[in-house]
Design a protein around this ligand. Structure first.
Ligand code: HXC
Length: 520
């Protein structure tokens, strides 16, 4: 019979063994691919020494395909909790060195357990994905395990932040857990996500495609919008998760942490008085405006390479976390199209779900016209953004920098969609459309009657000027109270901070309902 001392030694020995996952050879193979192990990732992610592991001694109970002789502690996923900057998070990290990180019944149970704990304790869940998908030998038990996780992802949505890192393969139905979470972070070159791999694609559609071109980070960060962030490597990816966490509350009943700043709240930025070109058709970079007004010029852009005609970013004003949505005149003149509408709508809804106030910077010439957009459903996608803004109850501050034309004026957090404080710069143009289009519509018949080209051009120029004088300014909207104040651009930081302070106690509730029916 073992002595107590021997029993303790045995435990320590087992713990050591467990840390080796699928064995040194497989760890080496993992490193050779430029990937860290499941445990190395967790160590980097959480505060030093804070990780407490659960279910280290779980193993599968499959008996088919000789699996009964192939048992590994953890069963291929490391789960537990730790802290990030002292705040509790629940973590699972898939271990590719054990059965290729494939998901079994017991493995799914471990993930479900920490998700349940996270919900009970109101703390975020961070999942690190690196897996060959469903454990083939376990059949439907593995499919059931995925669905158990999906159901928890859905119940946790809007209650606790859920973040997914994709640091290796993520294929088949397995992609749907990250897709249900709030943010996906992929690594360049070492991660991929797809519903069916290149071989199946070839057999079904005849299409030849590489893994990277089908589901690599470049695809998901630019074309599909599945990835919110791409990191050059896992270290950077993990740092990014830690940074992202700093902007988020622990759950939907709390506020994001306030990070004290030495950046003066009344910092004037003279450059902003000059930033809008005199020619309304000339672009500028709205990111310069954002950098100039936020604390320490620091922001975290979400989906930076997807639909760059709209910017979605987290930043802070006097230490308070704020979600910024800004039309970007540098790309497609900042127009709203299908992708930018979807991108911004999801971001607005995330902020609203987690009590993060919203700042909207408007410079939008309208919705993108054309068959591609209409066939793509711009009506539905534009409605998503409209719906998201109108439904949001967090403090909403809007600054119209330049153009706010047509329906896009309404959509971009206007007063009419319960914008709380709506400001405009003096160069703002709030109108049904731009001067050129308006004159073509209003004076088309007269213009067609003028035969002399020079006279025609002069007539158009005079009419455009008349239109601009009358409508292309913020004063008409201000006259009706749709704009609360016209502000000096260089003073924007101070006015925005003041606005959010004034709105700190805002309480608005939507009518009780089962849930809304946002146009999906
Ligand atoms: C069991 C698996 C596995 C799986 C990998 N392994 N995937 N074991 N079930 N799904 C094992 C391998 O047998 C191998 O074991 C080890 O993991 C490493 O795999 P390799 O193939 O050697 O690694 P690599 O060459 O890097 O290739 C990785 C891979 C490949 C591309 C992920 O393993 C692969 O294609 N796996 C199958 C992927 C798949 O089709 N999964 C089902 C998807 S559908 P040893 O002992 O040699 O180390 C799905 C449905 C989910 O997941 C539905 C949810 C609703």
């Amino acid at each position: 019979m073992s002595t107590n001392k021997q029993k303790i030694e045995e435990l320590l020995e087992l713990r050591k063994l467990t840390k080796l996952g699928g064995g040194e050879k497989r760890i080496e193979a993992q490193h050779k691919k430029g990937k860290l192990t499941a445990r190395e990732r967790i160590e980097l992610l959480v505060d030093e020494g804070s990780f407490e592991e659960f279910d280290m001694f779980v193993s599968h109970r499959a008996t088919d395909f000789g699996l009964e002789n192939e048992l590994y502690y953890t069963d291929g996923v490391v789960t537990g909790h730790g802290t990030i900057e002292g705040r509790q998070v629940y973590v699972f990290s898939q271990d590719f060195t054990i059965f290729g990180g494939s998901l079994s019944e017991m493995y799914a149970g471990k993930i479900c357990k920490i998700m349940d704990m996270a919900m009970k304790n109101g703390a975020p869940v961070i999942g690190i994905n690196d897996s060959g998908g469903a454990r083939i030998q376990e059949g439907v038990l593995s499919l059931a395990g995925y669905a158990d996780i999906f159901q928890r992802n859905i119940m946790a949505s809007g209650v606790i932040p859920q973040i997914s890192a994709i640091f290796g393969p993520c294929a088949g139905g397995a992609v749907y857990s990250p897709a249900l979470t709030d943010f996906n972070i992929m690594t360049a070159n070492t991660s991929y996500m797809f519903v069916t791999g290149p071989k199946v694609v070839k057999s079904v559609t005849g299409e030849d495609v590489t893994v990277e071109n089908l589901g690599g980070s470049s695809v998901h960060s630019t074309k599909s919008g599945v990835a919110h962030f791409v990191a050059p490597n896992e270290h950077e990816g993990i740092l990014l998760i830690r940074k992202l966490m700093g902007y988020l509350p622990q759950n939907n009943l709390e506020d994001a942490p306030v990070i004290p700043t030495n950046d003066p709240i009344d910092r004037m930025e003279d450059i902003l008085n000059e930033i809008i070109p005199d020619n309304p058709n000339k672009p500028y970079d709205v990111k310069d405006v954002i950098h100039a007004i936020v604390d320490d010029g620091d922001l975290l852009e979400v989906q930076p390479a997807y639909a760059p005609n709209i910017i979605t970013a987290f930043a802070r004003f006097n230490g308070q976390s704020v979600g910024i949505i800004a039309n970007q005149p540098k790309f497609l003149a900042g127009v709203l199209d299908c992708n930018s509408s979807r991108k911004a709508a999801r971001f607005v809804r995330f902020c609203d779900a987690f009590n993060i106030p919203i700042l909207t910077l408007v410079d939008v010439p309208g919705f993108l016209p054309g068959t591609a957009q209409e066939y793509g459903g711009i009506i539905i996608h534009g409605a998503k953004l409209l719906f998201a803004y109108g439904e949001a109850t967090v403090p909403k501050v809007t600054v119209i920098l330049r153009k706010a034309y047509g329906g896009a004026y309404d959509v971009m957090s206007s007063k009419h969609l319960r914008g709380d404080l709506n400001y405009a710069w003096p160069m703002a143009e709030i109108a049904v459309m731009g001067a050129k289009g308006a004159v073509e519509v209003l004076n088309g018949t007269e213009i067609s009657k003028i035969k002399d080209e020079k006279a025609k051009a002069e007539f158009i120029a005079t009419k455009e000027e008349e239109y601009r004088e009358k409508f292309a300014n913020p004063y008409v909207a201000a006259k009706y109270g749709y704009i609360d104040d016209i502000i000096e651009p260089r003073n924007t930081r101070y006015r925005v901070i003041n606005a959010f302070q004034a709105l700190a106690t805002k309480k608005v509730q939507n009518p009780p309902k089962k849930h809304s029916n946002i146009p999906l």
